[in-house]
Unconditional design. Structure first.
Ligand SMILES: [Zn+2]
Length: 467
């Protein structure tokens, strides 16, 4: 870019560094997790309060604002003609009482980091985007197309905010969202979730199997209740399986002569199941290896054959696949309930662009049928993909490279972001590669240098895409 313009952006952010951080603090001090809807507060009073504070912030920076029924706030710069939308959010996830650095709603700066709920997800990036627009305004470069900041209040709990916005507004020709990571995420895999049915007659001493609390979480614990089984007799079999699964197992007596078999592994997000150690598949492996007879036991072996412990790619189920743009399919069996004489198990699969109803949905059902089990035929929730060859994406990568000196490249992820349903939208920042901001966890933080860098990257992006 023009060296003079680059220097102006540089100076603008150095001059306003402290003010930008103070603005982030103003938003972080407003606890804005979702509450009960009330009159004029569709997601509760807390997200609405954050939205009203953001109206003030945007006006202070000279933006044209519109509050859309307390669902979203828009702040505009430039002419009417739509150009670039920036999509960020003001709601946060709830906090637990395990914060060690500060009160989550009383932000503090420490060693170059700003701590507090929402500093990284997504209030800090929202403010940095606003300051990027303010920078472009101060530079006085006329825009040919509009830059619009859209600040939502329901990203974490369902997306009712942007559904409301897009019900009466067209998607802009280009949209970026600083609600994930740099450089650019241009592919979000599809999602395929279904249920496996395993009849349970009680002829093998297996009374029930339970695991999981959320379909998108790999369970860290699972338990089975067994009847007429001698704990001493099964112990060596369990030990053998434990060596293979690397999970821990505990056998405990219950009041009525039954025993409880509890398996403990490690939890993970279903978008990256390989980072955990699935307690449910480890428990199934143990049940399949018990020295018992009966049809139920055979069905456990079939289940163990379809979902062997450690297979996060769907190989045994016959659905493993990958492509160069969107990577590998991942799959994890995350929930199990015992209902009306059957086990109902649910899995979460994140599938690449090459996945189809035939090579995924029908293939899984056929594999289950071949061992006498049933899988419901459910639909694939479509993936998201914006071509890396577009000028739009090339420009984003160039802006990123300009300010970081690092190579810009496109990434794919298993999860979904704010732009999943948009045709021409991608996640662009705001976390820098390799930085774990502890989003959704305790001691969430944003590095102040990274927020400033994001502001500069976005300022150049607006200049390049709207002029
Ligand atoms: Zn977020």
């Amino acid at each position: 870019m023009d060296p003079k313009q680059k220097q102006q952006i540089e100076q603008y952010f150095e001059k306003n560094r402290n003010q930008l951080v103070e603005d982030v603090k103003r938003l972080v001090r407003i606890r804005s997790d979702r509450g009960d809807p009330a009159q004029d507060a569709p997601f509760g009073e807390a997200p609405k309060a954050a939205l009203l504070e953001a109206v003030d912030l945007c006006r202070e920076r000279g933006m044209q604002t519109e509050n859309m029924d307390n669902y979203v706030l828009t702040a505009d710069l430039g002419p009417e003609e739509p150009g670039l939308d920036i999509l960020a959010h003001l709601d946060v996830v709830p906090v637990a009482d395990n914060w060690t650095v500060c009160d989550p709603f009383e932000p503090v700066e420490k060693e170059g980091k700003l701590y507090g709920r929402g500093t990284a997800d997504d209030k800090g990036p929202a403010v940095a985007a606003l300051w990027a627009m303010a920078c472009v305004k101060e530079l006085g470069v006329p825009l040919k197309r509009r830059c619009r900041l859209i600040l939502g209040t329901d990203e974490e709990c369902g997306g009712g905010d942007i559904a409301h916005y897009y019900a009466s507004n067209e998607e802009a020709p280009m949209t970026v969202s600083p609600d994930a990571e740099f450089p650019v995420i241009n592919v979000e895999k599809g999602m395929y979730r279904s249920m496996v049915h395993v009849p349970l007659s009680g002829d093998s001493g297996i009374v029930s199997v339970e695991a999981g609390f959320k379909l998108n979480v790999v369970p860290d614990t699972a338990q089975a209740v067994l009847q007429g089984v001698d704990p001493k007799e099964i112990a060596p079999y369990i030990r053998m399986v434990a060596r293979e699964t690397d999970c821990t197992y505990a056998i405990g007596p219950m009041d009525d002569g039954k025993i409880r078999l509890i398996c403990t592994g490690e939890g993970a997000h279903a978008a990256s199941p390989e980072t955990g150690n699935n307690a449910l598949t480890a428990l199934i492996a143990a049940l399949a290896n018990l020295p018992v007879q009966g049809e139920d036991h055979k069905r456990m072996q079939a289940l163990n054959w379809l979902f062997p412990h450690g297979d996060y790619l769907g190989e045994a189920l016959g659905v493993a696949q990958s492509d160069s743009i969107s990577g590998e399919l991942t799959l994890s069996l995350n929930m199990c309930k015992t209902v009306d004489g059957e086990l109902q198990l649910q899995y979460d699969c994140r599938c690449p662009l090459c996945a189809t109803e035939d090579n995924l949905v029908k293939a899984a059902s056929a594999a289950a049928a071949s061992v006498g089990l049933t899988i419901d035929e459910t639909r694939i929730f479509p993936p998201h993909h914006v071509s890396a060859d577009s000028d739009f994406i090339k420009t984003l990568l160039r802006c990123y490279e300009e300010w970081t000196g690092d190579e810009g490249k496109c990434l794919y992820i298993g999860g979904g972001t704010y732009v999943h349903m948009l045709k021409h939208g991608v996640a662009f920042g705001a976390a820098m590669p390799g930085v774990d901001n502890r989003m959704h966890g305790a001691d969430e933080f944003a590095r102040i240098d990274d927020l400033i860098a994001m502001g500069k990257i976005y300022a150049q992006t607006i200049l390049e895409l709207c002029c």
